[in-house]
Unconditional design. Structure first.
Length: 133
């Protein structure tokens, strides 16, 4: 279990997707969104008033995206790597050797930049299955 505490600084965080494919070390930011559990409607035609629900035992682990400095030597081959389902590992900063991981598929990769700025990339991944904290 990753020992992430309140107040951890993102500096020093690294991400690895399929150890032989893509390592992101120069992170500027990350976003993990869409984690949600489906609610199952248990209402019947005789239900009066508010509908009733129970929590599903399944959940969507969401999507994660990163803003990082672009390094063409670590550029994924989106034509083939995007079809790869592999472990995405988050090496949390200030958490010792702790990390979290989940199986993921790369579902987007953007590169951009402005005049007199560092070129950046934004890889994004759809997570699938359980997250190991």
């Amino acid at each position: 279990t990753a020992q992430i505490s309140r107040g951890n600084i993102v500096n020093g965080m690294t991400v690895t997707w399929d150890t032989n494919v893509f390592v992101i070390t120069d992170l500027n930011s990350f976003s993990w969104s869409g984690i949600q559990r489906t609610m199952v409607n248990t209402s019947t035609i005789s239900t009066v008033g508010g509908m009733t629900f129970v929590a599903s035992k399944k959940y969507d682990p969401g999507e994660v995206s990163f803003d990082a400095q672009y390094d063409p030597t670590r550029d994924p081959d989106f034509s083939t790597d995007a079809a790869t389902t592999a472990a995405l590992t988050f090496n949390w900063p200030d958490a010792g050797s702790n990390s979290s991981s989940c199986v993921a598929v790369m579902n987007g990769f953007e590169i951009g930049g402005n005049d007199e700025e560092v070129i950046t990339c934004r890889p994004s991944f759809k997570l699938t299955g359980d997250v190991t904290w």
